[in-house]
Design a protein. Structure first.
Length: 247
């Protein structure tokens, strides 16, 4: 029987911009845009040294009610070579996805706001090794997270807050036999609400991922630096001139 093995596989820094804008009381735009680095090839604890991904996610945000939102849309990921000097690898591969998400917002428990997020991704993936086949896989994600204001009673401009989360990833596909568990992530971050439209937050993420063998695992330590930008397009739409169609 194979013995379970766990190794440190990667460190990195992920920079992200999250966009959320309202078009109407029921519809909006949601976007995530990331630039991700990983450790140098010869130093797993360096956090920087190689490009990892450029990650663009967009979606139509549907506000079902004050406690439930749905998002659906496309994703385009650019996966960079793990070794730019090695001719066995493509410099970059493109990974398109379709994704949808359900977000449940729990009633506030005192100062604490709790969330349940279910995300589903349908991916067309290709390894960076030259001539690797294109593979279709599905990914299933559940995240539980919270916002906890530290210096005010609620989240508002001037609030410093703590945001912990835990997320589990499962996946399926033709080649996924021994490793249906893809990833587990914990994230602990601090945020600051600059104004009603801009929130800054950063923190540390630890991950545990299952390798194809099923008994080997790898961990990673990631520093995440993010900005959340909220927009209200309804004000702009109201200012647009009306169009006379002639009837």
């Amino acid at each position: 029987m194979a013995q379970t093995e766990t190794t440190l596989g990667e460190t990195g820094i992920w920079y992200g911009v999250y966009l959320k804008g309202k078009i109407s009381s029921k519809l909006g735009y949601y976007g995530e845009h990331h630039y991700r680095t990983r450790n140098a090839l010869d130093n797993v604890t360096s956090f920087m040294g190689r490009r990892r991904q450029i990650y663009n996610r967009a979606g139509l945000n549907i506000f079902v009610n004050p406690n439930f939102e749905i998002v659906v849309g496309p994703t385009l990921v650019f996966n960079y070579t793990p070794d730019k000097e090695d001719p066995r690898y493509e410099k970059v591969t493109i990974e398109p996805r379709i994704w949808h998400q359900w977000l449940f917002m729990m009633p506030a428990m005192g100062r604490v706001k709790l969330y349940h997020q279910f995300r589903f991704e349908h991916r067309w993936k290709q390894d960076n090794l030259v001539d690797s086949p294109l593979e279709y896989t599905n990914r299933y994600r559940y995240k539980f997270f919270a916002y906890i204001p530290l210096n005010t009673k609620k989240i508002e401009p001037g609030t410093l807050f703590f945001s912990p989360s835990a997320e589990i990833f499962m996946h399926s596909g033709e080649s996924i036999v021994n490793n249906p568990f893809e990833d587990f992530r914990t994230y602990n971050g601090l945020g600051y609400v600059v104004n009603p439209n801009v929130t800054l937050f950063a923190g540390h993420m630890w991950t545990l991922g299952q390798r194809p063998s099923g008994f080997q695992y790898r961990t990673s330590h990631i520093i995440r630096i993010n900005a959340l930008i909220g927009l209200d397009f309804r004000r702009t739409l109201q200012k647009l001139p009306s169009i006379n169609l002639g009837y």
